[in-house]
Design a binder for this molecule. Structure first.
Ligand code: GLU
Length: 487
């Protein structure tokens, strides 16, 4: 492959960007970036009823959020526009007129009932339902009569008989379809709008697309498209159909297995680089062991040879694991910014955030950053900071405070906290170190009772952070509440 690779992502704006669409966009993007090629984004909005500007915006914004930009197309312009199919109707109509002229396409006047009868006839013979060619060879008189009746008409492509159409798929190898099983299909609907299979061919050809990577659900469309390339004398791109995405139970991915839209993950505080990494592993695998890969590493390593034929399994636990790994690697300021809306919603943050308050929030976020799989979980983890009364979470926690050395630990700790000039994670670390040394106790004998005394829990935020996040006053109040230590 050389640097003349041109790929495209051509979503239908009938809903938000989904996991499957995002994965197709990513694979195309990776191929383009790897070969120094170009990525086009255009909009397939021929389903007038279901298409909306809102979906288009959602899809494009989700792509950009994932870091998948494009070189040409919608919002961007270029030499092959317009990039919305409803704005390209002339192109399709001209091509349809040519096919009609040469007899490679014809007008069909069949009513719904007539179509249903033909489908029924196929099924009775045990064949796939298809159009049986009722209007294939209408005489001039018949046509005029049907026109005079004011019947609606569509344009159908005349599928050549007895041909094998071979899809040379870069992932699946050669996949052969018999033309006789296809049936003449509609290329322009009665309202003058082209069908997907027709418009996509003209767009891909006229935009110079060299590689089409898309979901396996489109594989059966590809022979229909190849026949049109032939009929129109256009050069077909290379195709790669990537496998379906299944849930862990091997049924088609649906909401039961996890949210399906990219937006849903964004709004739960998933990081785009984690999601991209996860999407890349849905059907592609790196040559090496390392699965945590940045976008640059993915570009470097991506190749269609390593795209699997068998279905990809969507594993939300794996996504959470990856996302957690990326959160841990992230700058605490970034996670804090992402956390603030969740903290506001929970009522933990109100009003304007002063610089001091922001520093405090950062320290709080740092105390639980290690534990987050996605940022929305933060409210559960920081709840301990906002409770007025410390409650023992269970008997095991209460029992920790019954140990013989606890009284001494608390007393010395309290003294050190009272005397400390300022409380920071560093000073807290020093205080705890000094404490274990003075009392000649192992870390656990000191940390666990302190954790329980300050939070009522045997697990939770990092202790070095917990102490300064609570601050001296609240540490003292809590010690009074849980172990009865007072002045
Ligand atoms: N508009 C189609 C879809 O969203 C794209 C098909 C293609 O990539 O050719 O599924």
């Amino acid at each position: 492959m050389d640097n003349s690779v041109v790929v495209r992502f051509a979503p239908s704006p009938t809903g938000p960007l989904h996991i499957g669409g995002a994965r197709s966009a990513l694979f195309n993007w990776l191929l383009a970036r790897k070969h120094g090629g170009r990525m086009i984004v255009r909009i397939e909005d021929t389903d007038l009823e279901r298409s909306s500007t809102e979906s288009e915006e959602n899809i494009l914004n989700s792509l950009l959020w994932l870091g998948l930009d494009w070189d040409e197309g919608i919002r961007k312009g270029g030499d092959h526009g317009p990039y919305r199919q409803t704005e390209r109707l002339n192109t399709y109509n001209e091509a349809a007129a040519k096919l009609l002229e040469t007899g490679q396409a014809y007008y069909c006047y069949c009513t719904e009932e007539e179509l249903a009868a033909q489908r029924q006839a196929c099924m009775e013979k045990g064949e796939l339902p298809r159009y049986l060619g009722k209007c294939r060879s209408l005489s001039e008189e018949e046509r005029s009569r049907l026109e005079a009746e004011g019947r609606k008409k569509v344009v159908r492509f005349r599928v050549p008989e007895n041909e094998n159409v071979v899809v040379r798929d870069l992932v699946r190898g050669n996949v052969v379809f018999e033309s006789n099983g296809i049936g003449d299909y509609v290329i322009v609907k009665s309202d003058g709008i082209p069908t997907y299979n027709f418009a996509v061919v003209l767009d891909d050809a006229l935009m110079g697309v060299t590689h089409v990577i898309r979901g396996e659900e489109h594989l059966s469309n590809t022979p229909r498209q190849l026949l049109l390339y032939d009929a129109l004398g256009l050069r077909a791109p290379q195709f790669a159909h990537v496998s379906l995405i299944l849930g862990k139970d091997r049924s088609k991915m649906s909401k039961r297995h996890g949210s399906t839209s990219i937006e849903a993950y964004r709004s739960q505080g998933y990081l785009p680089e984690a999601l991209v990494n996860f999407l890349a592993l849905l059907g592609w695998s790196p040559a090496g062991e390392e699965e945590i890969l940045t976008l640059d590493e993915l570009v470097d390593q991506f190749s269609l040879d390593r795209v699997a034929k068998n279905p990809a399994v969507f594993d939300i636990d794996k996504l959470n694991w990856l996302n957690g790994a990326y959160i841990r690697k992230s700058d605490v300021g970034r996670i804090t910014d992402l956390a603030i809306p969740f903290l506001r919603e929970a009522g933990y943050v109100t009003g304007e955030i002063t610089p001091d308050r922001y520093e405090w929030l950062k320290m709080m976020v740092a105390s639980v950053q290690e534990k987050l799989e996605y940022v929305a979980q933060i409210t559960d983890h920081v709840r301990v900071y906002f409770e007025d009364h410390v409650k023992m979470e269970n008997e095991a926690a209460a029992a920790v405070l019954e140990e013989p050395e606890v009284g001494e630990v608390m007393r010395v700790f309290r003294q050190k906290i009272t005397e400390a000039e300022e409380l920071t994670p560093e000073s807290a670390r020093k205080i705890l170190k000094a404490l274990t040394k003075e009392l000649k106790l192992g870390g656990k004998k000191v940390y666990m009772p302190l954790r329980v005394a300050l939070t009522g829990q045997t697990h939770g935020p990092e202790l070095f952070y917990l102490i300064p996040v609570l601050g001296r006053d609240r540490v003292l109040v809590r010690l009074a509440q849980t172990v009865g230590l007072k002045d």
